[in-house]
Design a protein around this ligand. Structure first.
Ligand SMILES: NC(=O)c1ccc[n+]([C@@H]2O[C@H](COP(=O)([O-])OP(=O)(O)OC[C@H]3O[C@@H](n4cnc5c(N)ncnc54)[C@H](OP(=O)(O)O)[C@@H]3O)[C@@H](O)[C@H]2O)c1
Ligand SMILES: *[C@@H]1O[C@H](CO)[C@@H](O)[C@H](O)[C@H]1NC(C)=O
Ligand SMILES: CC(=O)N[C@H]1CO[C@H](CO)[C@@H](O)[C@@H]1O
Length: 292
């Protein structure tokens, strides 16, 4: 922190984006004092305003929250928005998912994947998903029709052996894997007009990054490049999408997925839990200890 310019130190008053809470001042918008809402501080508003979700009061544009459906508590709704929109926008805005299509969710127990499974099922799609064996019941409980344990053997090998018919229309990689194998082999299980979506490959090693860049982004088809569309998902503040997601919740088609709840004083434990990469659903910090 000592290296940060002082203007940054002054502005970084709080962190995090997802929230649920009560409006104290609608400031002339459609929102009024006492409205119970959930939503987010869009990522591009963080440093410019210094506002974050991990605080007692925060300030954000009214279009980035919606009224909280009565069938979920603030604690449950607090983790909806970033992961929920990342799932919603990938399936609808990018993949144009339709009823009757089939979707593979790599990482069915990630927060993003947990919402993607439920949203795809709500739309009437067939869903297959991966996780480790201990999460099979969780992933099936979200609606997955088929399950793959990625710890048994490399997932692309399992998918090649499965002789997937019909092939998936959407392959949604929600873990953030840098290894391009799932994409490279995808013509065997992703339909020719299907789309491969990724939340953003993460990892290190110049060789791994080069292999990803070559195989996924650069290699042309005449040099053996994969003849499938690959797209990066980048969550955006689209109020209509937030309303669409909230409607699924209201209708009971998307339910909350809370991995654990931590007191405000224990916020660091919440980060530790996320860093284990083993969370199933959202890790919540309860700023107001009396909140439901
Ligand atoms: N692009 C965007 O706009 C955007 C927005 C939000 C998030 N993201 C990214 O999306 C990713 C997911 O975030 P999240 O918060 O949803 O994750 P998360 O909930 O923290 O993910 C934890 C889960 O990952 C599963 N997992 C780990 N390795 C796996 C593998 N190789 N295959 C299948 N499942 C695996 C674990 O299941 P097991 O214990 O069963 O292994 C665990 O349940 C992150 O990389 C995040 O940065 C991107
Ligand atoms: C209230 O709304 C006015 C007019 O849109 C705006 O200039 C002001 O920044 C808002 N106040 C807060 C606290 O956001
Ligand atoms: C890290 C981050 O998201 N920074 C953004 C904060 O907001 C300003 C202005 O909206 C952006 O320019 C930054 O990129």
């Amino acid at each position: 922190m000592g290296f940060l310019p002082s203007f940054l130190l002054r502005r970084l008053v709080s962190t995090e984006f997802d929230l649920a809470g009560v409006v104290v001042d609608g400031n002339g918008t459609d929102l009024k004092e006492g409205d119970e809402v959930f939503g987010w501080i869009p990522l591009n508003q963080n440093l410019s305003t210094g506002q974050g979700a991990l605080s007692q009061y925060t300030r954000l544009p009214a279009v980035n929250v919606v009224l909280r459906p009565k069938n979920v508590t603030p604690t449950e709704a607090s983790g909806f928005t970033v992961a929920g929109l990342t799932a919603y926008q990938a399936l609808f805005d990018l993949a144009k998912l339709e009823a009757g299509q089939s979707v593979f969710v790599n990482g069915g127990s990630t927060a993003v994947g947990s919402f993607a499974i439920q949203i795809a099922k709500a739309k009437g799609a067939r869903v297959a998903a991966s996780a480790s064996a201990k999460n099979e019941q969780y992933v099936r409980g979200l609606g997955a029709d088929e399950f793959f344990d990625y710890t048994k053997a490399p997932l692309h090998e399992q998918l090649l052996a499965a002789n997937v018919t019909p092939k998936y229309d959407v392959f949604y990689e929600t873990v953030g894997i840098l290894d391009p194998a799932l994409f490279v082999h995808s013509p065997a299980y992703l339909a020719p007009k299907g789309i491969f979506l990724s939340v953003g490959p993460q990892g290190s090693g110049i060789g791994n990054i080069a292999s990803f860049a070559w195989n996924v982004l650069l290699r042309p088809a005449f040099l053996g490049g994969v003849k499938r569309e690959w797209k990066l998902v980048a969550v955006k503040p689209v109020p209509e999408d937030l309303k669409g997601f909230a409607k699924f919740v209201e209708e009971g088609k998307v339910r909350p997925v809370v991995d654990s709840v931590h007191a405000f004083e224990d916020a660091l434990k919440a980060y530790e839990r996320i860093l284990t990469k083993r969370a199933t659903g959202k890790v919540v910090v309860r700023v107001d200890p009396t909140a439901a």
